[in-house]
Write a protein that binds this ligand. Sequence first.
Ligand SMILES: N[C@@H](CCC(=O)N[C@@H](CS)C(=O)NCC(=O)O)C(=O)O
Length: 207
Amino acid sequence: MIILHTTPTANGYKASIMLEETGLPYRVIEYNLVKGENFSPEYLAINPVGRVPTIVDHSTNLAAPLSIYGSSAILLYLAEKTGRFMPTNIYKRAKVYEWLGIIASDVSPAFSGQFVFNVIAPEKLPWAIEFYEKLCIRMLHTMDLQLSKTPYLAGEEYSIADIIGYPVALISMKRYPGNLESHPNIARWAALLSERPAIQRGMKVPS
Ligand SMILES: N[C@@H](CCC(=O)N[C@@H](CS)C(=O)NCC(=O)O)C(=O)O
């Protein structure tokens, strides 16, 4: 059994979609970030960053349960554990690594910054808003161009690159008006992925 420590946020959904896609049995522990439940000593003992998602895998042949924090790390671990959603061909696998990294460290931070300066910031700083809006538009163009060439983010096959990208498109990009409508290839890809039953189930965790 795997225990998923999570919240109903884009990063949480990346992990829950992957667990649903693999079919591995798991149980969910939900955290209330507003109440600071993620800073409890029990949680910090398995994840010193104090952020979600984390999984704890009790179904290994190891001496002790294995814990792993962060959506990219969880996706890579579960892909390795199951041998799924990761191509065996090295050229194709390189593109999955590349797009996993683009979503995790280029696209997601751009939308986080846009959210922080447009929505959360008590003082609206025009330069910061403009900086992150330009960055978001650049990232959207990059993704849209890629998806104009291939059905999935990293090529012809559905992979963990799509699993990490979908919640970002559905939550972060939709929050920023006009994004999906003006990027038809991202919209086509998101619609295709939304038909997958595992994605539909994963987007409802925690229920
Ligand atoms: N790099 C991490 C980011 C995780 C993250 O930002 N988690 C947020 C919720 S979506 C969180 O736990 N925030 C609480 C905090 O920072 O105290 C990932 O990809 O999973």
